[in-house]
Design a protein around this ligand. Structure first.
Ligand code: PEP
Ligand code: MG
Length: 589
């Protein structure tokens, strides 16, 4: 038995056979049944003959247009197709390790790379590019009919546990979680989107394991212990027995319904509003079940992680938003306009051909650049589609529209102007347009420092601490090596929250906070002490939050918050917070 320590991001314990996904290389490694070996070998052979055909065609074309010298560049790749170290070696790997063909081909590449790394001759080292190109082609041809890693995941027939180098939310969103019981990743931190998703799907998960995807073998029995923050390889019988007991505990208890519906208040009667963060329309049930008063953040960009919707399809978006608003009634729903980046938009466009021109443009795929409202403003045609769908849906209940990633008043004004144009379009079509509150996410330090200016031109603020912390502290929220520096209790973060609250109170606009910070009971207590009374969080965190608030006295929390604001380091603040909470709960016992 081996215990790999990580960061538990979604509680629970599950056991299953490991399926390995190397997403960066777009390959999945899984164990195949003995009867399937011949099938895998046939796929390899088909991929070789398709690759040979394609390379010969390319060569012939080039010879015609550019002459034989240029065309001969492809001779090397054609020769490699018959090299005993390529396909025959992959065949050996499939037979010996009983793994899928894609994985075997990837292994061949690794073996070649290791050899090339050792040669001094620059000409030979350059050949590494040819091998990489050829391997890519073989993998592409293996994928024929099976489009992506996602399709491969669907092929799995055993209850399995997914172990990946990283797992993007779009892939995680499409995994069939009735087959895949839990997951573990090398990368990631608590605020990694996939971690957020795991909690909302109620799938046990551990992230930040560094090299689990390399050290665990496909088909090995593993336990994902989200509660204990570990991945256990080859678990003992005792650990497996614990998994069984966990499964029993996870069944919902009876008679808790009324308790879940009770609104949240502190012990001294301060009302606190708890809404849900959701990613999919289906999450509404979980939000209601958890006792959320409304949806405080619907991450609408998740619409494009499945085939459910087209970014240019106004009617489909309208139906989805309408169903969500009606499903949560009478509670309000805050829909955040798409928080996509260029790469996400381009990959959606590539599958949809809605905006091929966009897909063709150079994109840098950064989460820190043309993203969120900035990207929407650069594509007013697509932004208008979403806004019209939202304004139409608003007729069916209580909707608030929220813009993500706002860094200044100019963008807000531009966005409001486009909302006005969308409303005018609808009016021209003879459709009624209700007045919809418009707010912004405060998640970039520039928005904090201009919160007083922004507050005059919006109906509400929502603090997004997931991004605010990363931009305030210059710590990439997805980089597990920096997870210790990603510190919600940094004095700078707390001061920023205080600043935003002050601006909201002065302007008398509602303020909520929807970052992951609110899901942590101790941090939630501190935030209430700082004067915040509205939060939106993963549905699963709501019952615990209610309990914590019911046990807390707001006057004491305020006194504690004042003390922390005078402290200089995270350590001091953390110690003060934990000591105060321990003292308060002791006093009540
Ligand atoms: C945030 O940044 O805090 C937030 C809630 O938005 P997201 O996690 O979707 O970036
Ligand atoms: Mg954000």
């Amino acid at each position: 038995m081996q215990r790999l320590k990580g960061i538990g991001v979604s509680p629970g314990m599950v056991a299953g056979r490991a399926v390995i996904l190397i997403q960066r290389a777009q390959v999945l490694r899984y164990q195949i049944a003995p009867g399937r070996v011949e099938h895998e070998l046939m796929r390899l052979e088909e991929s070789r003959s398709r690759s040979r055909q394609q390379l010969s065609d390319i060569r012939a074309n080039l010879a015609r247009r550019r002459g034989p010298d240029v065309a001969s560049l492809f001779d090397a790749q054609l020769l490699m197709l018959d090299d005993p170290m390529v396909i025959p070696r992959a065949v050996e790997i499939v037979r010996e390790q009983r793994v899928n063909a894609e994985w075997a081909v990837q292994q061949v590449f690794h073996e070649f790379s290791a050899v090339f790394d050792e040669v001094a001759d620059p000409y030979l080292r350059e050949r590494r590019g040819d091998v990489g190109d050829l391997i890519g082609r073989l993998k592409m041809n293996l994928r024929q009919g099976l489009e992506t890693a996602r399709d491969l995941l669907r092929e799995l027939d055993e209850s399995s546990v997914l172990i990946a180098d990283e797992l993007t939310p779009s892939l995680a969103a499409q995994v069939d979680w009735t087959k895949v019981r839990g997951f573990a990743t090398d990368a990631g931190s608590r605020t990694y989107h996939t971690a957020i998703l795991a909690r909302s799907l109620d799938v046990p998960a551990v992230v930040g394991l560094h090299d689990a995807s390399r050290s665990v073998e496909a088909g090995q029995l593993v336990v994902v212990d989200g509660t204990g923050s570990a991945l256990i390889v080859d678990p003992s019988d005792e650990v497996l027995a614990r998994v069984g007991r966990h499964a029993d505990d996870r069944r919902p208890g009876a008679g808790a319904e009324a308790e879940r519906r009770r609104p949240a208040t502190t012990a001294d009667g301060v009302r606190v509003r708890l809404d849900a963060n959701i990613e999919f329309p289906d999450d509404l049930a979980a939000a209601r079940y958890a006792g959320a008063e409304g949806v405080g953040l619907y991450r609408s960009e998740f619409l494009f992680t499945s085939a459910a919707c087209d970014i240019a399809d106004e009617d489909r978006q309208y139906e989805i938003y309408r169903a969500m608003i009606e499903g949560m009634a009478p509670g309000p729903v805050t829909i955040r306009t798409f928080d996509l980046d260029e790469e996400q938009l381009a990959s959606h466009a590539a599958t949809r051909e809605v905006s091929g021109a966009w897909a063709a443009k150079e994109n840098r795929g950064s989460r820190h650049g043309l993203r969120g409202l900035r990207l929407s403003l650069s594509r007013p045609d697509l932004f208008q589609v979403q806004l019209r769908a939202l304004l139409r849906a608003a007729r069916h209940g209580t909707l608030r529209i929220m813009f993500p990633f706002v860094s200044g008043v100019e963008q807000l004004r531009d966005a409001r102007r486009i909302v006005g144009e969308a409303a005018a379009d609808l009016a021209r079509r003879g459709e009624a347009v209700p007045r919809v509150p418009i707010g912004v996410m405060i998640e970039i330090p520039a928005a904090v420092y201009t919160a007083d200016l922004l507050s005059r031109e919006v109906d509400f603020f929502t603090i997004g601490t997931n991004d605010l912390i990363q931009y305030c502290l210059a710590v990439d929220r997805a980089d597990e090596r920096l997870s210790l520096l990603y510190e919600p209790l940094h004095p700078a973060v707390l001061r920023m929250i205080v600043m935003v609250r002050r601006a909201a109170v002065r302007q008398r606009i509602p303020l909520s906070l929807c970052g992951e910070m609110a899901s942590d009971p101790a941090l939630l207590a501190l935030l209430v002490g700082l004067g915040l009374t509205e939060f939106s969080m993963t549905p699963g965190a709501i019952p615990v939050a209610k309990q914590v608030l019911a046990d807390a006295d707001s006057t004491e929390l305020r006194a504690m918050a004042r003390r922390t604001l005078r402290m200089a380091t995270v350590d001091e603040i953390e110690r003060e917070l934990l000591a105060s909470l321990a003292r308060l709960s002791h006093a009540r016992e």
